[in-house]
Design a protein around this ligand. Structure first.
Ligand code: GAR
Length: 208
């Protein structure tokens, strides 16, 4: 059984998609051991509690120095003996030490087709604003392993979504979530939980 920790910052619709997928059998061989938020007000924490999952908040605001927050975050995650950390709308910059310690064991969902519309400053609704500004006809979502860079790790799954005339950032965000994020995130976890993923250099191979 893959022991999963989910890191969140906000609404937690991706977390909900993972919970639902475990409950309906779309994800097998995995259990969510803890949900960790950097934000006390994240609705994702309620979603976890409503589903009987441990919900913890480690907020950088509670620590004078970033290093102290980093230590506490790592200590908290370590205490659950996790096989996989899932960043599901997690808006904190992860400590370098955490990324090294959990190499190839942290995945993230990004709301665009990497390497487009990603990197520093591209998160949440901003991504969709930039997509609309540029006028691209296709966008989508990407699940990737997390490395030291911002959105630079090996890509696991991607799904394209159409941009339509008249879209607002909010409308586009909703379509990208419904048609891509809530599908490929659970799919990626299921592949990992069932040993179907190999990382060869920076290329992810999916086994049948
Ligand atoms: C999602 O769209 C996710 O892709 C994005 O934040 C949103 C969180 O929504 N993540 C990033 O932008 C990370 N760079 P949620 O809390 O409802 O899952």
């Amino acid at each position: 059984m893959l022991r999963v920790g989910v890191m969140v910052s906000g609404g937690g619709t991706n977390l909900q998609a993972i919970i639902d997928s475990i409950n309906n059998g779309t994800i097998t061989n995995a259990s969510i051991e803890v949900v960790v938020s950097n934000n006390y007000n994240a609705y994702a924490l309620e979603r976890a509690k409503n589903n009987g999952i441990e919900a913890v908040c480690v907020s950088p605001k509670d620590y004078e120095e970033r290093a102290m927050y980093n230590d506490e975050l790592i200590k908290t995650l370590d205490s659950y003996n996790l096989d996989l950390i899932v960043l599901a709308g997690c808006m904190v910059v992860l400590p370098k030490e955490l990324i090294e310690k959990y190499k190839n064991r942290i995945i993230n969902i990004h709301p665009a087709l990497i390497p487009s519309f990603c990197g520093k400053g591209y998160y949440g609704l901003h991504v969709h604003e930039k997509v609309l500004e540029r006028g691209v006809k296709l966008t989508g979502a990407t699940v990737h392993f997390v490395d030291e860079g911002t959105d630079t790790g090996p890509i696991i799954l991607q799904k394209a979504v159409e941009v339509r005339y008249g879209d607002t950032p909010e409308i586009l965000q909703k379509r990208v979530m419904e048609e891509a994020e809530w599908k490929i995130m659970p799919q990626a976890i299921n592949l990992i939980a069932n040993g179907k993923i190999l990382i060869e250099n920076s290329f992810v191979r999916i086994l049948d």
